[in-house]
Design a protein around this ligand. Structure first.
Ligand code: NAP
Length: 347
């Protein structure tokens, strides 16, 4: 359910929680100090965010010093922000997770987080001994339930979980999960074809859409010369990359037609998806955040939205398969092969 307020911000209730989150969320991977003046720029960005009604920020234990930096930035404004962070470990037993969240809380200078997410399902490809098994599902449910009772977290979420993972949770566990953080954009609609969106909709689990601009690709930041430069991303490998750039060209034309930017068109399209509570945009500066917030007002026509829906789904079904992850390191080699994507030598 989305709602528009007078200051122009749209809010959405996150799944079955009572968290009323702004539909633009600030991504924590970018909220790290990076050289002289960066803290000042982020401070300006947070002042603007608070004024513009942005109340949602996402981070993780494994984003360098992101939690610590956020702790500093939120020092006198904790109550104005809904904080989501992630457990990035591989074992979900209470003792292990409790230790991690205790560190997160210390880093964030708070005594609770609003949303605590399991960053990834357990996967051999990510260095775990096994893929997710029955004990892991029980552990996640038990641990999240206890942390909630203890008041360390208000709600539980997952990230990068497919329908095939979610289906393994017991129904009481599914009642606990309010969100699934996944890459979702005009260039990545895997969850619309593998049953994840449908499953989540049924269980009132909303998407937090990460990489809404595909690391800047949908903002027009890359050209043909950049093919293969980000070889851990399926979208930067041929033949996918050239086809993605054709979509970006069309997005740019639509942006010109409606007086916005390509980034704004990509974000506005995403906002039309009921399953998406918020787009997590990777911003370091006030002007990017402002541009992304202003996307909410972009006057896209029904026809433009329908066209983008069509070209993005055609791209998904022609160049990508449901078994792919956006990151090649996390994709089973046979799935890359099925999609005709050559595995980068580094993998
Ligand atoms: N759960 C997960 O596994 C997972 C994985 C990845 C990311 N995430 C979350 O999602 C967040 C965002 O991910 P992402 O970095 O892939 O997202 P993104 O927003 O798709 O990409 C960020 C890039 O877009 C550029 N950008 C942002 N706004 C722009 C604008 N208005 N105009 C032009 N360029 C713009 C940034 O530029 P500059 O380089 O100039 O700053 C940056 O290079 C992360 O911070 C993290 O919280 C989660």
């Amino acid at each position: 359910m989305t709602e528009r307020k007078e200051n122009g911000m749209e809010y959405s209730v996150l799944g079955k929680s009572d968290l009323r989150v702004s539909r633009i969320c600030m991504g924590g991977a970018q909220i790290v100090e990076h050289g002289e003046g960066s803290m000042k720029k982020m401070e300006e960005m947070f002042c603007y965010a608070a004024d513009a009604g942005v109340n949602f920020v996402d981070t993780a234990r494994n984003y360098g010093e992101s939690e610590e930096t956020l702790g500093k930035l939120l020092k006198n404004r904790r109550d104005r922000f809904i904080i989501a962070t992630k457990f990035s470990g591989r074992e979900f037993d209470y003792g292990t997770v409790k230790e991690e969240i205790s560190t997160s809380l210390k880093n964030l200078r708070t005594d609770y987080v609003d949303l605590y997410q399991i960053h990834w399902p357990k996967m051999k490809l990510l260095g775990a001994r096994e893929n997710m098994g029955p004990r892991d599902y029980d552990n996640i449910a038990g641990t999240m339930g206890r942390l909630k009772k203890e008041g360390m977290i208000r709600y539980a979420g997952v990230s990068n979980f497919r329908a095939r993972h979610l289906e393994e949770f017991a129904s009481e566990a599914l009642d606990l999960i309010v969100s699934n953080q996944v890459p979702y954009s005009l260039l990545w609609r895997v969850y619309d074809v593998d049953g994840t969106a449908e499953f989540c909709q049924k269980h009132r689990i909303n998407f937090m859409a990460y990489s809404p601009l595909v690391q800047g690709l949908l903002a027009g930041k890359f050209s043909a010369a950049d093919a293969g430069t980000r070889e851990t991303s399926v979208l930067f490998i041929e033949p996918v990359f050239a086809a993605a750039l054709r979509i970006v060209d069309r997005v740019r034309e639509i942006a010109e037609e409606c007086g916005g930017t390509a980034a704004q068109v990509a974000i506005r399209w995403l906002m039309e998806k009921e399953i998406v509570s918020a787009a997590i945009t990777g911003v370091r500066r006030k002007d990017h955040l402002r541009e992304n917030v202003d996307a909410l007002d972009l006057p896209l026509t029904e026809e433009q939205l329908r066209e983008m829906d069509k070209i993005s789904m055609d791209f998904q079904t022609r160049y990508l398969t449901a078994g792919l992850e956006q990151c090649t390191l996390w994709t089973e080699p046979e799935e890359l092969e099925k999609a005709g994507i050559k595995r980068p030598a580094k993998n």
